[in-house]
Design a protein around this ligand. Structure first.
Ligand code: NAP
Length: 267
Protein backbone atom coordinates (compact mmCIF):
# COMPACT_ATOMS: atom_id res chain seq x y z
CA UNK A 1 0.00 0.00 0.00
CA UNK A 2 3.05 2.24 -0.29
CA UNK A 3 3.33 2.79 3.44
CA UNK A 4 6.86 3.10 4.75
CA UNK A 5 5.78 1.52 8.03
CA UNK A 6 6.90 -1.41 10.13
CA UNK A 7 5.03 -3.72 12.45
CA UNK A 8 7.34 -4.88 15.25
CA UNK A 9 6.86 -7.43 18.03
CA UNK A 10 7.92 -6.56 21.59
CA UNK A 11 7.61 -8.75 24.64
CA UNK A 12 6.57 -6.60 27.61
CA UNK A 13 5.99 -7.70 31.19
CA UNK A 14 2.54 -6.61 32.42
CA UNK A 15 4.12 -4.53 35.21
CA UNK A 16 5.90 -2.47 32.54
CA UNK A 17 2.91 -1.96 30.25
CA UNK A 18 2.38 1.63 31.44
CA UNK A 19 6.01 2.49 30.61
CA UNK A 20 5.88 0.68 27.27
CA UNK A 21 2.77 2.63 26.23
CA UNK A 22 4.33 5.91 27.34
CA UNK A 23 7.54 5.04 25.44
CA UNK A 24 5.66 4.22 22.24
CA UNK A 25 3.77 7.53 22.53
CA UNK A 26 6.97 9.49 23.08
CA UNK A 27 8.60 7.77 20.10
CA UNK A 28 5.59 8.85 18.01
CA UNK A 29 4.40 5.37 17.11
CA UNK A 30 1.28 5.45 14.92
CA UNK A 31 -0.30 2.77 17.06
CA UNK A 32 0.10 -0.71 18.47
CA UNK A 33 -1.67 -3.95 19.24
CA UNK A 34 -1.85 -5.64 22.63
CA UNK A 35 -2.32 -9.28 23.39
CA UNK A 36 -2.55 -11.53 26.46
CA UNK A 37 -2.23 -10.46 29.29
CA UNK A 38 -2.38 -6.74 28.46
CA UNK A 39 -5.86 -6.23 27.03
CA UNK A 40 -7.75 -5.61 30.26
CA UNK A 41 -4.86 -3.86 32.02
CA UNK A 42 -4.70 -1.30 29.21
CA UNK A 43 -8.26 -0.13 29.93
CA UNK A 44 -6.82 2.00 32.77
CA UNK A 45 -3.62 2.96 30.98
CA UNK A 46 -4.79 4.62 27.76
CA UNK A 47 -5.82 8.29 27.78
CA UNK A 48 -9.13 7.87 25.94
CA UNK A 49 -11.34 4.83 25.38
CA UNK A 50 -13.12 4.32 22.08
CA UNK A 51 -16.72 3.07 22.36
CA UNK A 52 -15.61 -0.40 21.22
CA UNK A 53 -13.19 -0.71 24.17
CA UNK A 54 -15.81 0.58 26.59
CA UNK A 55 -18.41 -1.87 25.29
CA UNK A 56 -16.21 -4.99 25.37
CA UNK A 57 -14.05 -4.07 28.37
CA UNK A 58 -10.67 -4.73 26.73
CA UNK A 59 -8.17 -2.87 24.53
CA UNK A 60 -6.30 -4.72 21.78
CA UNK A 61 -5.56 -1.74 19.52
CA UNK A 62 -4.10 1.64 20.42
CA UNK A 63 -3.89 4.67 18.17
CA UNK A 64 -1.77 7.68 19.08
CA UNK A 65 -3.21 11.11 18.38
CA UNK A 66 -1.76 14.62 18.35
CA UNK A 67 -3.40 17.95 19.08
CA UNK A 68 -3.21 20.36 16.14
CA UNK A 69 -2.97 24.18 16.17
CA UNK A 70 -6.77 24.43 16.31
CA UNK A 71 -6.91 22.18 19.37
CA UNK A 72 -8.30 19.16 17.46
CA UNK A 73 -7.01 15.64 18.16
CA UNK A 74 -5.99 13.85 14.96
CA UNK A 75 -4.22 10.53 14.28
CA UNK A 76 -0.44 10.87 14.16
CA UNK A 77 -0.45 9.56 10.57
CA UNK A 78 -1.88 12.98 9.58
CA UNK A 79 1.24 14.86 10.69
CA UNK A 80 4.49 15.39 8.89
CA UNK A 81 6.17 16.25 12.23
CA UNK A 82 4.58 14.96 15.40
CA UNK A 83 3.03 17.71 17.55
CA UNK A 84 4.18 18.32 21.12
CA UNK A 85 0.93 17.16 22.68
CA UNK A 86 -0.03 13.53 22.05
CA UNK A 87 -2.35 10.98 23.65
CA UNK A 88 -3.39 7.34 23.28
CA UNK A 89 -6.84 6.05 22.30
CA UNK A 90 -7.81 2.43 23.01
CA UNK A 91 -10.02 0.36 20.69
CA UNK A 92 -11.28 -3.21 20.64
CA UNK A 93 -11.23 -4.92 17.26
CA UNK A 94 -11.40 -8.49 18.61
CA UNK A 95 -15.09 -8.61 19.38
CA UNK A 96 -16.46 -7.84 15.91
CA UNK A 97 -14.00 -10.29 14.36
CA UNK A 98 -15.75 -13.21 16.08
CA UNK A 99 -19.22 -13.06 14.42
CA UNK A 100 -17.60 -11.98 11.13
CA UNK A 101 -15.33 -15.05 11.06
CA UNK A 102 -18.22 -17.36 12.01
CA UNK A 103 -20.49 -15.84 9.37
CA UNK A 104 -17.89 -16.04 6.62
CA UNK A 105 -16.25 -19.39 7.42
CA UNK A 106 -19.36 -21.30 8.49
CA UNK A 107 -22.15 -19.36 6.73
CA UNK A 108 -23.97 -19.25 10.06
CA UNK A 109 -26.46 -16.60 11.12
CA UNK A 110 -26.04 -16.20 14.87
CA UNK A 111 -29.25 -14.25 15.34
CA UNK A 112 -31.73 -16.57 17.09
CA UNK A 113 -29.21 -19.42 17.27
CA UNK A 114 -28.19 -21.85 20.05
CA UNK A 115 -24.50 -21.90 20.98
CA UNK A 116 -22.30 -23.87 23.37
CA UNK A 117 -19.26 -21.81 24.38
CA UNK A 118 -16.27 -23.56 25.93
CA UNK A 119 -13.97 -21.30 27.96
CA UNK A 120 -14.47 -18.15 30.00
CA UNK A 121 -11.06 -16.47 29.86
CA UNK A 122 -10.48 -13.14 28.09
CA UNK A 123 -11.48 -14.42 24.64
CA UNK A 124 -14.39 -16.44 26.04
CA UNK A 125 -15.80 -13.42 27.84
CA UNK A 126 -15.58 -11.20 24.74
CA UNK A 127 -17.14 -13.95 22.62
CA UNK A 128 -20.02 -14.50 25.07
CA UNK A 129 -20.90 -10.79 25.18
CA UNK A 130 -20.51 -10.30 21.43
CA UNK A 131 -22.63 -13.39 20.67
CA UNK A 132 -25.35 -12.07 22.95
CA UNK A 133 -25.18 -8.69 21.19
CA UNK A 134 -25.53 -10.58 17.90
CA UNK A 135 -28.84 -12.04 19.10
CA UNK A 136 -27.88 -15.60 20.10
CA UNK A 137 -31.05 -16.94 21.74
CA UNK A 138 -29.66 -19.74 23.94
CA UNK A 139 -26.08 -19.67 25.21
CA UNK A 140 -24.55 -22.51 27.25
CA UNK A 141 -21.19 -21.86 28.88
CA UNK A 142 -18.74 -24.43 30.20
CA UNK A 143 -15.47 -23.52 31.89
CA UNK A 144 -13.02 -25.40 34.11
CA UNK A 145 -13.44 -22.62 36.68
CA UNK A 146 -17.23 -22.39 36.82
CA UNK A 147 -17.52 -19.08 38.76
CA UNK A 148 -15.88 -17.26 35.84
CA UNK A 149 -18.59 -18.51 33.47
CA UNK A 150 -21.23 -17.67 36.08
CA UNK A 151 -19.98 -14.07 36.32
CA UNK A 152 -20.18 -13.69 32.52
CA UNK A 153 -23.68 -15.18 32.58
CA UNK A 154 -24.69 -12.56 35.14
CA UNK A 155 -23.27 -9.78 32.99
CA UNK A 156 -25.19 -11.06 29.95
CA UNK A 157 -28.42 -11.27 31.95
CA UNK A 158 -28.02 -7.57 32.81
CA UNK A 159 -26.83 -6.29 29.45
CA UNK A 160 -28.52 -8.63 26.95
CA UNK A 161 -31.66 -10.01 28.62
CA UNK A 162 -32.95 -11.40 25.31
CA UNK A 163 -30.21 -14.09 25.49
CA UNK A 164 -30.95 -17.04 27.76
CA UNK A 165 -27.71 -17.99 29.51
CA UNK A 166 -27.10 -21.45 30.98
CA UNK A 167 -24.17 -22.95 32.85
CA UNK A 168 -23.18 -26.47 31.80
CA UNK A 169 -23.89 -28.65 28.76
CA UNK A 170 -27.11 -28.49 26.72
CA UNK A 171 -29.28 -31.62 26.66
CA UNK A 172 -30.40 -31.09 23.04
CA UNK A 173 -28.85 -29.88 19.80
CA UNK A 174 -27.03 -26.59 19.23
CA UNK A 175 -26.20 -24.74 16.03
CA UNK A 176 -22.59 -24.12 16.99
CA UNK A 177 -19.88 -25.10 19.49
CA UNK A 178 -17.02 -22.64 20.04
CA UNK A 179 -13.73 -23.50 21.67
CA UNK A 180 -12.39 -20.43 23.50
CA UNK A 181 -10.14 -22.43 25.83
CA UNK A 182 -6.44 -22.89 25.21
CA UNK A 183 -6.89 -26.68 25.03
CA UNK A 184 -5.63 -27.74 21.63
CA UNK A 185 -2.68 -25.35 21.48
CA UNK A 186 -0.19 -27.91 22.77
CA UNK A 187 0.49 -31.32 21.20
CA UNK A 188 -1.25 -34.01 23.24
CA UNK A 189 -3.95 -31.69 24.63
CA UNK A 190 -7.26 -33.34 25.36
CA UNK A 191 -10.63 -32.21 23.96
CA UNK A 192 -11.97 -28.98 25.48
CA UNK A 193 -15.23 -30.69 26.50
CA UNK A 194 -16.60 -33.96 27.90
CA UNK A 195 -17.80 -36.14 25.04
CA UNK A 196 -20.07 -38.16 27.32
CA UNK A 197 -21.79 -34.92 28.39
CA UNK A 198 -22.07 -33.61 24.86
CA UNK A 199 -21.57 -35.88 21.81
CA UNK A 200 -20.36 -33.61 19.03
CA UNK A 201 -22.92 -34.90 16.53
CA UNK A 202 -25.39 -32.75 18.49
CA UNK A 203 -23.66 -29.64 17.11
CA UNK A 204 -24.44 -28.08 13.72
CA UNK A 205 -20.92 -26.63 13.35
CA UNK A 206 -17.64 -26.16 15.22
CA UNK A 207 -15.44 -23.09 15.59
CA UNK A 208 -12.06 -23.16 17.30
CA UNK A 209 -10.38 -19.85 18.17
CA UNK A 210 -7.02 -21.62 17.95
CA UNK A 211 -5.34 -21.25 14.56
CA UNK A 212 -2.06 -23.05 15.27
CA UNK A 213 -2.12 -26.02 14.90
CA UNK A 214 -4.38 -25.69 11.87
CA UNK A 215 -6.50 -28.62 13.12
CA UNK A 216 -6.94 -29.17 16.86
CA UNK A 217 -8.36 -32.42 18.31
CA UNK A 218 -11.70 -30.58 18.58
CA UNK A 219 -11.70 -29.69 14.87
CA UNK A 220 -10.51 -33.18 13.93
CA UNK A 221 -13.45 -34.67 15.80
CA UNK A 222 -15.82 -32.24 14.08
CA UNK A 223 -14.46 -33.37 10.72
CA UNK A 224 -14.89 -37.03 11.66
CA UNK A 225 -18.49 -36.26 12.69
CA UNK A 226 -19.03 -34.58 9.31
CA UNK A 227 -19.65 -31.16 10.83
CA UNK A 228 -18.60 -27.88 9.15
CA UNK A 229 -15.62 -26.56 11.08
CA UNK A 230 -13.35 -23.51 11.10
CA UNK A 231 -10.26 -22.52 13.03
CA UNK A 232 -9.40 -19.06 14.42
CA UNK A 233 -7.39 -17.75 11.47
CA UNK A 234 -10.19 -15.55 10.11
CA UNK A 235 -10.80 -14.16 13.60
CA UNK A 236 -7.13 -13.20 13.84
CA UNK A 237 -7.27 -11.77 10.32
CA UNK A 238 -10.34 -9.57 10.89
CA UNK A 239 -9.17 -8.08 14.17
CA UNK A 240 -5.86 -7.24 12.48
CA UNK A 241 -7.56 -5.82 9.39
CA UNK A 242 -9.73 -3.54 11.53
CA UNK A 243 -6.70 -2.33 13.50
CA UNK A 244 -4.91 -1.66 10.22
CA UNK A 245 -7.89 0.40 9.01
CA UNK A 246 -7.89 2.43 12.24
CA UNK A 247 -4.18 3.25 11.90
CA UNK A 248 -4.12 3.94 8.14
CA UNK A 249 -7.61 5.31 7.52
CA UNK A 250 -7.69 3.05 4.44
CA UNK A 251 -9.54 -0.21 3.70
CA UNK A 252 -7.39 -3.26 4.47
CA UNK A 253 -6.43 -5.59 1.62
CA UNK A 254 -8.06 -8.62 3.20
CA UNK A 255 -6.94 -11.12 0.54
CA UNK A 256 -3.30 -10.03 0.78
CA UNK A 257 -3.43 -10.09 4.57
CA UNK A 258 -4.91 -13.59 4.54
CA UNK A 259 -2.17 -14.82 2.19
CA UNK A 260 0.53 -13.27 4.39
CA UNK A 261 -0.98 -14.82 7.52
CA UNK A 262 -1.25 -18.26 5.95
CA UNK A 263 2.32 -18.07 4.65
CA UNK A 264 3.67 -16.98 8.04
CA UNK A 265 1.63 -19.27 10.25
CA UNK A 266 1.40 -22.42 8.15
CA UNK A 267 4.48 -21.98 5.96
P1 NAP B 1 -7.10 -16.98 28.83
O1 NAP B 1 -7.73 -15.70 29.27
O2 NAP B 1 -5.83 -17.41 29.46
O3 NAP B 1 -8.21 -18.14 29.04
C1 NAP B 1 -7.86 -19.50 28.87
C2 NAP B 1 -9.13 -20.34 28.89
O4 NAP B 1 -8.75 -21.72 28.67
C3 NAP B 1 -9.88 -20.31 30.21
O5 NAP B 1 -11.24 -20.53 29.98
C4 NAP B 1 -9.24 -21.50 30.95
O6 NAP B 1 -10.05 -22.02 31.98
C5 NAP B 1 -9.15 -22.51 29.82
N1 NAP B 1 -8.13 -23.51 30.09
C6 NAP B 1 -6.79 -23.35 30.08
N2 NAP B 1 -6.17 -24.51 30.37
C7 NAP B 1 -7.15 -25.43 30.59
C8 NAP B 1 -7.14 -26.82 30.94
N3 NAP B 1 -6.00 -27.49 31.13
N4 NAP B 1 -8.34 -27.44 31.06
C9 NAP B 1 -9.49 -26.76 30.86
N5 NAP B 1 -9.56 -25.45 30.54
C10 NAP B 1 -8.40 -24.80 30.40
O7 NAP B 1 -6.81 -16.98 27.27
P2 NAP B 1 -7.69 -16.28 26.12
O8 NAP B 1 -7.07 -15.00 25.72
O9 NAP B 1 -9.12 -16.30 26.53
O10 NAP B 1 -7.46 -17.29 24.90
C11 NAP B 1 -8.16 -18.52 24.82
C12 NAP B 1 -7.88 -19.20 23.50
O11 NAP B 1 -8.35 -18.40 22.42
C13 NAP B 1 -6.38 -19.43 23.25
O12 NAP B 1 -6.22 -20.68 22.67
C14 NAP B 1 -6.02 -18.33 22.26
O13 NAP B 1 -4.96 -18.76 21.44
C15 NAP B 1 -7.32 -18.20 21.47
N6 NAP B 1 -7.47 -16.85 20.88
C16 NAP B 1 -7.54 -16.74 19.54
C17 NAP B 1 -7.68 -15.50 18.96
C18 NAP B 1 -7.75 -15.37 17.46
O14 NAP B 1 -7.61 -14.25 16.94
N7 NAP B 1 -8.01 -16.42 16.74
C19 NAP B 1 -7.78 -14.35 19.75
C20 NAP B 1 -7.74 -14.51 21.15
C21 NAP B 1 -7.57 -15.77 21.71
P3 NAP B 1 -9.98 -21.40 33.47
O15 NAP B 1 -10.81 -20.15 33.42
O16 NAP B 1 -10.54 -22.45 34.32
O17 NAP B 1 -8.52 -21.10 33.73
Amino acid sequence: MGLNWRYLAHEVRPEYLREALAGARRMNYIGLNLTVPHKVLAMDLVDVLDETAETWGAVNTVQFEGRDAKGQWRPLRDYEDAPAETRSRGFNTDADAIPRAIREDLALDLNGSKVLLLGAGGAGRTAALRLAAEGVRELWMVNRTTPKAAAIGEEIRNRYPQTNCHLGYPTGNVDLVINATSLGLAAGDCLPFEEREFPLDRAGAAFDMIYRPVETPFLRLARVCGRPAANGLAMLLYQGAKAFEIWTGQPALIGRMREALEANIYG
